[in-house]
Design a protein around this ligand. Sequence first.
Ligand code: GAR
Length: 212
Amino acid sequence: MKSVVVLISGNGTNLQAILDACDTSIKDGKVTAVFSNKATAYGLERAKKAGADAVFIDPKAFDTRDAFDRSLMEQIDEHTPDLIVLAGYMRILSGEFVRHYLGRMINIHPSLLPKYPGLNTYQRAIHAGDEEHGTSVHFVTEQLDGGPVIMQARIPILDEDTVESLTKKVQEKEHIIYPLVVQWFVENRLEMKEGKAFLDGEPLGMNGFIKR
Ligand code: GAR
């Protein structure tokens, strides 16, 4: 059984989608622990309900980002993780942390990367008059939201769309594609080599596998 550790900062709807998939489609994976940098993150409750360790680590207890990340790393490694899943984890990671999990850490970001790394992606897409928006799952590298894309899902932006309506539609897609990527990883179908994502030994293009 592969050990999956999930990092969150909030509601944890993506975490929930992955927990649910571990009961159905992800046969050989189990969420062993969930870590949050926010005490009130509802995802911690979801983790407890699913029987995973639920751990809050207070960033205020550490002098530096490196010290926080080192402690997080030590606690994560107690679960001998095969995969680290960032699911709405809203903290910049130190280089040491990223290098330690290189090739076995993935993130989901609400934009069609390489468009709109960083924050406020919905506002930026609407403001730019884009015809579509979406979400990307990618391997985490030291470049913020810049690692190789594994899968994207796209949705059209309609005239009447708002940040709220787009968020809802994008998150519905996230709950489909993120568990699928976790499943591929657990089944050893996915890897990062020479800065590229490979599925079943074939390199994925810059947009990854596009789920319509
Ligand atoms: C997700 O929509 C995810 O794409 C986004 O946070 C949300 C978390 O929702 N992540 C980022 O913005 C990372 N840059 P959730 O806690 O309900 O899964």
